[in-house]
Design a protein. Structure first.
Length: 391
């Protein structure tokens, strides 16, 4: 059973405070009274109050100053302002300073009780949300330290056995051991995606954004997937302009974007299928720009301000994605079943790609039809030649 909420009434008029105390206690609340702002601030740390009913005009420090002190102290107590000299501009000032509500004297006591209940419910909801956020942070930290590190150790141990350092292994054993390593690496990739998505959403992502050569990063990423594609009997093609302009990205994040897209394509491309990574310069002067879906158009206006764009795409010959799923597959934990195929992965790779691409001012979307494969397309703004580090 919940304990009754505790309310602190801060008002220099004893009669008004007494009337409020009687009605609030009759409604089941526990109340205390402070006759000025200084007394209020002294009582708050020990009182475990859910709500402060705070008069604006008092001797000494004003109600608004008390409100600012409460908020700067880090207290999570809800605050409702009271005054007999109300105005709309004063109410707005109180709300900006962190008040939840505002009531004018003389009171309609039934209205005050409704507002008090609403403010206390809002505080409970906020505290619960903060608790869930802390639990999420703890879970993400656990993923990083308690899961990722042991899995990395497992990969190293299996690799030692696969290489025959602890005794001879035959080709069939090597194949199974490599499959175990690939599965572990897939789990590590999921954890990395989840950690980075959490950092993006919490505003704690640290990016080293600088000019980058798309060719170098694409060729390095495709090289890492060449053996896996061959193992899956999938042809991996790379189609690049000989000279591509520089783009401004975080190199590590850009490499992971490509890895996520190619890895995703490999999951859905059948044997004897093809995956093509292509990257081309796209002039904007007088040229028809690609048609970009609404969900990918957030940075389109900024992109058109560049003289050239860089169009990167990963195309596969898999089962394709239904049109109604195409926008939603860039959300966390969302996947398309792709013509009834079972889901694979956790639905985090594309969510990471979208957050990372948009942090670089780019756009990402998919073009696909069921049975005709999928093409994931990214547009980046190209840097002018004079901004190349080699110039």
């Amino acid at each position: 059973m919940l304990k009754p909420a505790r309310i602190l009434i801060v008002d220099d008029e004893p009669d008004i405070a007494q009337i409020l105390k009687l009605h609030l206690e009759e409604a089941g609340y526990v109340t205390d009274w402070a006759m000025d702002g200084e007394t209020c601030m002294a009582m708050l740390p020990e009182g475990q109050f859910s709500l402060v009913l705070l008069d604006i005009r008092m001797p000494g420090i004003s109600g608004i100053q008390v409100l600012e002190l409460i908020r700067s102290s880090g207290s999570d107590v809800a605050v409702m302002m009271m005054t007999a000299h109300g105005s709309e501009s004063l109410a707005v000032e109180c709300m900006r300073s962190g008040a939840l509500d505002y009531v004018a004297k003389p009171f309609d006591l039934s209205d005050v009780l409704q507002r008090v209940e609403r403010a206390i419910d809002f505080r409970r909801t906020l505290i619960e949300k903060q608790r869930l956020e802390r639990e999420k942070d703890d879970f993400v930290s656990m993923l990083s330290h308690d899961l990722k590190n042991p899995i990395t150790a497992v990969i190293g141990s299996i690799d030692i056995i696969r290489e025959g350092r602890l005794g001879p292994v035959n080709s069939e054993q090597v194949e199974y051991l490599q499959s175990a390593i690939d599965s572990c690496n897939e789990v590590v990739g999921m954890i990395d995606n989840l950690l980075d998505i959490h950092r993006f959403e919490a505003g704690r992502t640290s990016m080293n954004i600088r000019p980058c050569s798309p060719q170098e990063t694409i060729l390095a990423a495709s090289g890492r997937f060449a053996a896996l594609a061959q193992q899956e009997s999938v042809t991996l093609n790379v189609d690049l302009d000989q000279e591509l302009p520089m783009i401004e990205v975080d190199r590590s994040a850009f490499s992971r974007i490509i890895a996520n897209l190619v890895g995703n394509a490999l999951k859905f491309t059948p044997p004897d299928g093809e995956i093509t990574i292509s990257c081309h310069a796209l002039p904007t002067d007088g040229q028809q720009l690609p048609e970009v879906p609404r969900y990918a158009a957030a940075h389109l206006q900024t992109l058109t301000e560049h003289r050239h764009l860089v169009r990167l795409s990963v195309r596969d010959t898999g089962p394709g994605i239904p049109e109604e799923d195409q926008e939603h597959i860039f959300e966390r934990f969302v996947q398309s079943r792709r013509n009834g195929q079972p889901q694979v992965g956790a639905g985090l790779g594309l969510a990471y790609c979208k957050l990372a691409v948009e942090s670089f001012g780019g756009s990402i979307w998919v073009e696909s039809s069921p049975g005709k494969g999928s093409e994931f397309i990214i547009l980046f703004g190209a840097l002018p030649d004079e901004e190349s580090p080699d110039s």
